[in-house]
Design a protein. Structure first.
Length: 392
């Protein structure tokens, strides 16, 4: 069976303000042919993809059998008015594939897709609705990339036909400056939300965020970004309060030419609906945003078990080390008690290192280790490691 293509998500600390930057692999082109204006190539895995388009436009449907859309394949096309992706298009839509398409009004994904690339639909100024029929996931590394729908200034609704669809992430600024967006029903399978996703979304006054979604950035919702007045010297984040105006730049199209225009927005104070104790509820509290609690009980996902546990003698002691667990706020070591035939808590630590200070020579030890997650002021134990045995 042919191996599944991989989407490599590179998370850079310097780029957390805009979310994950997704780099897609370069493909070696094989034979090229045209189908009703679609320029179709075959990649090195034997999958068909669209590299360009010279058709008559209108309401287009991606040909059945096409797996993915190449970089800038439809960039700046003035003739297409809607695009429908069949279920066969399961891999991804590459960077800027439909950017600056001024007359594109609707986008419909019939099934699941691995990912939407950075700026894929950037500044499609007539786009009004987007519908996802399935997941946007590729083994945890897919989702909607940074600026994917940014500056779609006519966009009003984003829907997910499957309310439990898996979405690996909403990248930084994914829907920023969608000034008319007033409805988006995020599915329960959303995993990560990055910074500025809905900044300058002046019409979006409320949103329900799934309990399992991790908030990995700032200014997710409830903020404008721009100048407090046209005479201001620099841009800044402005809290939405219903009264403060914000001067912003947006893309304006006229006869095929795009220019940056200066306008102003005023955003009402927003509210978030979320499970109590969830990351979204914590974000609301930290930013002074109204939060309506759902009836859902938030159960934090357990951290994975520590791996690569090693024991090394150091003088009269034994030093235990293991690999760091991403997201862990601490660790706990347990030692097996042969009398009770149970593991007893030995020591809690801030780092993946533990010293057994009173190790007895010739004694056989069995230990397990768990990562700790600090939730609502209490430590929640993650999955425990496998048992590790050693003799002093």
């Amino acid at each position: 069976m042919r191996s599944l293509k991989r989407i490599t998500g590179i998370f850079l600390s310097a780029a957390l303000a805009i979310g994950a930057i997704v780099f897609f692999p370069e493909e070696k082109a094989l034979p090229v042919y045209a189908d009703d204006g679609f320029i179709i190539e075959t990649d090195s895995d034997g999958d068909k993809y669209i590299s360009g388009y010279n058709g008559s436009g209108g309401d287009i449907v991606i040909p059945s059998g096409v797996t993915w859309i190449g970089k800038q394949a439809f960039y700046g096309n003035r003739d297409i008015t809607s695009v429908t992706f069949p279920e066969s298009c399961w891999y991804w839509v590459d960077k800027q594939a439909f950017a600056f398409c001024p007359n594109l009004r609707s986008v419909n994904f019939m099934g699941s897709i691995g990912g939407i690339g950075n700026e894929a639909f950037f500044a499609c100024t007539s786009l009004k609705s987007v519908n996802f029929g399935g997941n946007i996931s590729n083994s945890g590394n897919g989702g909607i990339g940074s600026y994917a729908f940014s500056y779609c200034t006519s966009l009003k609704t984003v829907t997910f036909s499957n309310s439990s669809a898996k979405v690996d992430m909403l990248g930084g600024c994914a829907f920023s400056d969608c000034i008319r967006l007033n409805s988006i029903d995020l599915p329960s399978g959303l995993k990560n939300i990055y910074s500025d996703v809905f900044v300058n979304c002046a019409a979006l006054t409320s949103i329900e965020i799934p309990s399992g979604a991790a908030v990995k950035g700032e200014h997710i919702l409830g903020y404008m970004y721009g100048k407090r007045s046209s005479s201001s010297s620099s841009d800044s984040y402005i809290k939405a309060d219903g009264g403060t105006k914000c001067s912003i730049y947006y893309w304006k199209e006229d006869g095929g030419n795009y220019t940056e225009s200066l306008g102003s927005i005023t955003q009402k104070a927003v509210s978030i609906t979320a499970a109590k104790g969830s990351a979204a509820a914590e974000y609301a509290a930290a930013n002074g945003i109204s939060c309506v609690y759902t009836d859902e009980e938030y159960v934090p996902e357990k951290l994975p078990a520590p791996k690569n546990i090693k024991a090394k003698r150091s003088g009269g002691s034994v030093v235990l080390t293991w690999d760091e667990v991403s997201g862990a706020d601490g660790y706990r070591v347990y030692i097996y008690d042969p009398e009770t035939e149970k593991y007893k808590s030995y020591k809690s630590l801030a780092t993946p290192l533990c010293t057994l200070d009173e190790a007895e020579s010739g004694m056989k030890y069995r230990i397990i280790v768990a990562a700790l997650d600090l939730v609502d002021g209490k430590y929640v134990r993650g999955k425990t490691s496998g048992s590790v045995s050693f003799t002093i």
